[in-house]
Design a protein around this ligand. Sequence first.
Ligand SMILES: *[C@@H]1O[C@H](CO)[C@@H](O)[C@H](O)[C@H]1NC(C)=O
Ligand SMILES: *[C@@H]1O[C@H](CO)[C@@H](O)[C@H](O)[C@H]1NC(C)=O
Length: 354
Amino acid sequence: MELYAVAVVLLALITIKFKMMMPFGYAGVVQDERKCQYFRPSRMLKIRCFDMNLKEVPQFLKSSVEILDLAFNRIKKLKHNSFERYTSIKILVLYENKIQSVEPGTFAPLTSMEEIDLSNNALVTIPLEIFQLPSLRNLYVDSNELFNLERDLQGLDTPIQAPLEYLNVADCGLESLPNLGVLPKLWQINASSNPLTELTMDTLANMCNLRTMDLTKTEINDCACQQVNRYLRYVGASAKFVPICMDILDSNVCPDPYNTTIDSVEFQSCKSEAELAKALSWRWLIIAAAAALVALVLIWYCYQRRAKKKKPRAKAKSKSKAKALPAKQQPLVSPTLALKCHNDRTTLQDCDCA
Ligand SMILES: *[C@@H]1O[C@H](CO)[C@@H](O)[C@H](O)[C@H]1NC(C)=O
Ligand SMILES: *[C@@H]1O[C@H](CO)[C@@H](O)[C@H](O)[C@H]1NC(C)=O
């Protein structure tokens, strides 16, 4: 008996171990060296065309794909119709390709896209249309040589439409932090491994809800170091990934960011946009509550009506009468009068008992 119990426990342990060793979402994988793999982690459809020597975005996939993984391929160019069929994409993974160019309109159909990973490609800029995607929260463009970005950003329409929360521009050869206008939802920016020397206060002020900022392996000067550390402390963000400053500089030499940043138009408009977003979400909550209330009242009303309909016929008749007339003018017809009317059909019009 004891031996049996031990065997069962052992078997259970082995199964658990085996399951843990299995690749993510193993069940239901269709595998073929030419075909992509289909998964359903959670309820989303994920298609993985990982490391398949693809030179273009494949057009034979199920169009309801929500997570499309095209990492480690040899895609050089994204065309305006590359994603035309795949409008349900929420997460698009394109890291480790050779993407150099992106035709205008390529990302326009991806209005549900929440995350895109374009890291480790050959991009020289971030296509500006990415910043106008209405659902985009996470953007990875690290390890690209974005030497045209600063120039191109001068043509950016701000405030951007994308509700950006996370931005990774690490190792992009940037000499300054990209200025994307107010980013009220941005909580993390990773700008490590860039030849950054200075920080403009306006760019910082545009990120009023920052939680962490990675500036490791940058070349920020002593003043920028002091300013960013003080700014992060002011907004309550972590300074874990910013360099530690060696000297304390006088505010004559290195002005505190508070007066230029905290009191700036950018900071205030970033804050007020964040407040507005919060208020809007409250508004939706109130609308939802009101709708629920209306629905309840309606249900109650219908229930009452049904309950009344079930009552005897005579009553139903008088009720339909009552409905035709305003409540206050509802005639009181005594049983005798009713009977009289019934007998004397000529006076029917004068009576209210038809
Ligand atoms: C920033 O990005 C780099 C490169 O992608 C990564 O190695 C690093 O861990 C990131 N930093 C944080 C704080 O996530
Ligand atoms: C910045 O503002 C604070 C108060 O808000 C003030 O005491 C300080 O003198 C100002 N500094 C400069 C350099 O204007």
